[in-house]
Design a protein around this ligand. Sequence first.
Ligand code: ZN
Length: 248
Amino acid sequence: MFSEKLFKRLYHATHITFLTGAGISAESGVPTFRGKDGLWNNHDVMQLATPLALKTNTDVFWEFYNWRRRLVTDIEPNLGHYALVDFERLISQVTVITQNVDGLHQKAGSTDVLELHGNIMRSRCSECGYLPEADGKVLAFDKIPYCPKCNGLIRPDVVLFNENLNSTILYQAQEASATCEVFFSIGTSSLVEPAASLPYIAKANGAYLVEINVERTPLSDNADEFIEGKSGKILPMITVLFEKIREK
Ligand SMILES: [Zn+2]
């Protein structure tokens, strides 16, 4: 199922980078809002998770995000998330770049996580940038929150559709892709830029490129190794095997 080359590359690696997408969270029960699941209470999520909806349809926008926050609070990481934590014992530097906003990697215990799309549990004032949670404030889940500093509308600190990624985090993600020796792309459609370019940055800089997914993506033919299956099953198999090889 796995190549000898993968373990050889892991054996000599000092830095490995993971890019994770909706697939790894879906295995924990987080909805992906893709395709037929793109509706929430009859609202098109592509229209709702936008800066325009925040301004013009604030009630429904926050109902949607409060619903998602409640959901995420109750959801637990799966064996795939925990396998990435295990890698931190086995390789000196492990970077997790995620497109997910649910914080499950941190909940599992990963220490170096770059959240490309922000974190749904964090809030930010859309006017002055004030961060309530960083200031120890807990927001109620049942109403539209306003900024205690400037009375501006508070929004979830996530990248909405039609918004750009945080350039600092994107730069760090590009760095972590360029400097690693093995790069794993896990449960991502490999369609959404700029995240879709990260595996190519890694490969262009000499990394061994591995994709784990339940189905093939545009990346699959360009990966050194495509492993078909659920990350919650595949990743623990890799860590267990790798640990055995290292002990020898
Ligand atoms: Zn404010």
